[in-house]
Ligand binder design. Sequence first.
Ligand code: NDP
Length: 399
Amino acid sequence: MGRALIIGAGGVAHVAVGKCCQNSNVFEEIMIASRTKSKCDAVKKRFEGGGTKISTAQVNADSVDELVSLINSFKPDIVMNLALPYQDLAIMDACLATKTNYLDTANFEPLDTAKFEYKWQWEYQSKFKAAGIIALLGSGFDPGVTGVFAAYAQKHYFATVETLAILDANAGDHGYPFATNFNPEINIREVSAKGSYWENGSWVETEPMEIKRVYDFPEIGEKDMYLLHHEELESLALNIKGIKRIRFFMTFGQSYLTHLKCLENVGMTSIKPIEFEGKQIVPLQFLKAVLPDPASLGPRTKGKTNIGCIFKGLKGGKEVNYYVYNVCDHQECYKELGSQAISYTTGVPAMIGAMMLLTKKWAGAGVYNIEQFDPDPFMEELNKQGLPWKEDFNPETVL
Ligand code: NDP
């Protein structure tokens, strides 16, 4: 049915390739292209042999020219950007130049400022519309499935959604004193930034980790969680009409936070270049180089993740509370595809988003956030593709 060009060969791309190959009726042919071709070849080796034909290529995804010639030679129906947020705009430019659909899992972030927002990508709206192609932004879990959950809640259970709390819990244990579950640079930039949430039409800013709650997660138990700014808050504040408050919480253990504080205090999380032995280095990039590679955590990580959304609102004049969530087991993911649950919960929705566009279940032209499409076919695929969801109409609410 279609051809996908997958850019990046890290943890998320590994899962997305595995899942595309399980759906070879939709993904007839894929190309994996990344900075280091040997990593693309390793992913290909693991998953080739089924119905999906796989090829690989080397590409510098910061170069629009290189991307354009690669797209022109492979002629994909969609480009799945599973590299890093810094590459989003270059890849979108290449998609525009070649009139090819685009998908990503994280919004653009300039390399020299730890500030991610949709502004830069939303500016492509009229160009994508005029070119008759789609850019699907944020097709991971959060952002991604959380937006689909929000659209589903709104479509089926609410006249008005008043509040939304997104809860992201990881009870996985990898046995290292300190490691991050996905790209350490992106992860540490996210958690060391100020927090913020949307309330009554404007943003409220908090100090990093200022707001803490304890939540008793289904299948995981009680965990400390902290309010963070997170990218889907920005689009959901616009797309869930009339919403009064949206907040995002992520769980962190005390040991992780103590390590992070210490690294921050000694300057290791800084993104300002410093001179070291005559060379410019960025402390955070150096830290990434000495931390365990997230891909190596797969075989060691035990436990589960639970990510979901708790909504409160009204239907027929009555108050409705609704919690929808997915629980994912690190070891099960590793058994199936050789990755831990963080990569799995991102790579599966990336594949489903691409599937929605290739099968034309989602169609249009322009730049879209995921909650702008009909959630039903996506929700159906989550159940089939390894991320089943559960509902609770009487959840513990978040204060
Ligand atoms: P990894 O660091 O494991 O992989 C990134 C890949 O991109 C690597 O293969 C890397 O190449 C490649 N890459 C980086 N820069 C370039 C470049 N200039 N040109 C070509 N290739 C490049 O990251 P993850 O797989 O963990 O994450 C992938 C994306 O998913 C990130 O954007 C992350 O923010 C996002 N994410 C989204 C989540 C969600 O729920 N929405 C959750 C988790 C992650 P090399 O191997 O050579 O370094």
